[in-house]
Design a protein around this ligand. Sequence first.
Ligand SMILES: NC(=O)c1ccc[n+]([C@@H]2O[C@H](COP(=O)([O-])OP(=O)(O)OC[C@H]3O[C@@H](n4cnc5c(N)ncnc54)[C@H](OP(=O)(O)O)[C@@H]3O)[C@@H](O)[C@H]2O)c1
Length: 287
Amino acid sequence: MFLVTGATGKTGGQTVKHLLAKGAPVRAIVRNEEKAAPLKEQGVELVVGDIGDTDAVAKALDGVDGVLLTLPNGPNQLDWELGILKQAEAAGVKHLVYMSSTESNADNPRRIPQVHWKVVEAIQASSLNWTIMRPNFFMQGIFPFAGQVKANDAFSFPAGDGTASMCDVRDVGEVAAIILTGGETHYGKTYDLTGPDIVSFHDVASLLSKALGRDITYKPMPLQAFHDYLAKVLKSDWHVEGVVELMQEMSEEGGLDFTTDTMGELLGRPPVSLAQFVEEHKAMYGA
Ligand SMILES: NC(=O)c1ccc[n+]([C@@H]2O[C@H](COP(=O)([O-])OP(=O)(O)OC[C@H]3O[C@@H](n4cnc5c(N)ncnc54)[C@H](OP(=O)(O)O)[C@@H]3O)[C@@H](O)[C@H]2O)c1
């Protein structure tokens, strides 16, 4: 049995899809039973409860061989993830697959990379078999400005001239399923997962222009304006500051601008390129 956290989210959802396609038994811990109903229909066993509820987590971990641990960024992320790690050890889980991110390392002081780093250190010091996934910026991050492109043939985003080797969450989820079902081949491994190309948001605009057959303009958004926008839509200051820090790193310092062959090696096929991704999703931008 495999337990997937965040199963109604981007990476968890894709991981579930690929585990089911492999015929693997899947359990998910979800806080919203209604939202998770499609998972149940596909044969996923649901444990309904908040990820901070240790009783629900214990129930979810019972009899589990492998866990994908991926949770959203926020002020509780560190405590939740460290708590699940301890409970997974106590429950005798064989393999913990943890989703960190490319920019997380001991020397990166930003709060979200630090959460991932502290959890990775705790995982590596635990008695569990582990695999660490470190994906780059998700291509799905270009979805939120689809409405702007459709309405104005332009979009703003706080990435400046920064670049990243963006990757498709569908590939990341498929890799997670491969790692979980592959077991000991992947024990003790850390995988930096990138897309095939280093791209900027100027490139995003060019690719959208090509796919849509009309000129699309990228207007870099000042970080302060992004901060003010996030403050209206996110629940905690911690999360607002954390996301702004990440965009500052991407726009001003690089750090996401390298590629590896790892994703393709694990998938056994080339990872999705941004050009393919844009072409596939062009309808939402008003093609
Ligand atoms: N975005 C990027 O470019 C990027 C790149 C590399 C790594 N990452 C890392 O990816 C992780 C986020 O993954 P994601 O984007 O796949 O997440 P996501 O789409 O935001 O999904 C989050 C999931 O967690 C669930 N959840 C949230 N709070 C919960 C709670 N209290 N109890 C139970 N479940 C709860 C959500 O459930 P509901 O559906 O009920 O809300 C949802 O299923 C972060 O750690 C981030 O650092 C992100």
